[in-house]
Design a binder for this molecule. Structure first.
Ligand code: G3I
Length: 337
């Protein structure tokens, strides 16, 4: 165990894992999926199948995985997740077409004229969207395009195509799969008012110009310490005024945001439960038509990206490292639908 022996108070007796979360909710309950665990860890697969009905591939739909060479696309691994989702009647949320991370080396080092860059960009998007046409409910078309100060993040797309790459990404994706819902996805929008304002203005402009954008993804990598409940609530309320679908797309709630040498305890567990409860209640205040779904960024604390990325003990998800429920799961479930 990463934490000390101290365990939070026993999870309340009525907190059973059945029925699963998605059976209780009026909107999809999603999870970021690690295909290696799904195919090799029976406890992982059983819990995922029981609790979640929407799947976001954590990594295998990213550019480095799907498009390893300029003229080489590799869908074999991704198609295994598609097959699982179809077999288990779960929707798929494609993540992500255009990002600044997890780019294959050939793409990072691509050299060409502006029209050659645009042709490569279009080929990337449309080959992928065409391949998954009819199999993916939605796409994170562009991911994390803003800096914390609201300026556009420097990336190869902005460098070689200019700011219009964002609009073009949506138009190319829509042309390849007119049925897929198309999202813009970002993080820390409740923490940075400048980022939130820039995000709102961009989406509002795209929408008003008839660009095929259908939803916004608020990643919600949050913690028991920040953002405040009020900031979370007003962020969701403000961005919902755009009238698009709202996806809480990558939810995790760190209990150790300051990288301290902590022991998982009742107080931290209950603070985590309260924070998620507030987030859920803010989401439930949205019109149902805008409730695209809530997706957790990993099945259990064992698979979370946070401990390895930040090099710290943490327990940010609904299930512990032994796939047992935590108070945060029980509290979330109590508030559904
Ligand atoms: O697949 C390689 C493996 O072959 C190699 O041996 C290993 C060691 O170098 O790396 C493996 O790739 C890693 C990949 O996860 C798959 O495990 C990358 O190094 C690692 O950087 C990558 O981290 C992912 C990260 O995005 C970057 O793509 C995390 O798992 C994933 O949780 C995280 O998710 C992002 C969202 O996509 C966007 N929003 C933020 C969120 C958290 O950073």
């Amino acid at each position: 165990m990463l934490f000390g022996s101290c365990q939070p108070e026993a999870v309340s007796d009525d907190c059973s894992v059945v029925p699963g979360l998605y059976n209780m909710a009026s909107f999809p309950i999603g999870v970021a999926v690690d295909l290696v665990e799904l195919e090799n860890n029976q406890a992982y697969e059983a819990l995922l199948d029981q609790q979640f009905n929407q799947l976001t591939p954590e990594n295998i739909f990213k550019a480095d995985a799907l498009h390893p060479g300029q003229n080489q696309f590799n869908f074999l691994v991704a198609d295994r997740l598609v097959a699982y989702a179809e077999q288990e009647n779960k929707s798929l949320h494609g993540h992500t077409l255009i990002w600044h991370q997890q780019l294959p080396q050939w793409m990072e080092g691509f050299s060409g004229t502006r029209s050659e860059w645009e042709a490569m960009f279009k080929d990337h998007i449309q080959t992928i969207c065409s391949h998954f046409k009819g199999k993916v409910r939605a796409w994170d078309v562009v991911n994390e395009v803003f800096n914390e100060d609201g300026s556009l993040r420097q990336n190869i797309w902005l460098e070689h195509l200019g700011p219009s790459y964002i609009e073009k990404a949506f138009r190319y994706a829509h042309a390849a799969d007119p049925e897929a819902l198309l999202f813009i996805n970002d993080y820390n929008l409740a923490l940075s008012s400048k980022k939130q304002e820039a995000f709102y203005k961009l989406v509002d402009d795209l929408r008003k110009r008839g660009v095929p954008i259908h939803g916004i993804g608020l990643q919600m990598h949050i913690s028991i310490a920040f953002p405040s409940d009020d900031a979370l609530g007003s962020c969701i309320e403000e961005l919902a005024k755009l009238g698009l679908a709202i996806h809480l797309s990558e939810v995790d709630i760190s209990i150790n945001p300051y990288n301290r040498n902590i022991t998982y305890n009742t107080d931290l567990a209950n603070r985590q439960a309260r924070k998620l409860a507030y987030l859920l209640q803010a989401y439930q205040r949205l019109p149902e038509a805008q409730q695209y779904g809530i997706t957790f960024w990993g099945l259990s604390d064992l698979e979370s990206w946070i401990p390895s990325y930040f090099g710290r003990n943490d327990a940010p998800l609904l299930f512990d490292r032994d796939y047992q429920v935590k108070p945060v799961y029980c509290q979330f479930k109590k508030l559904l639908p």
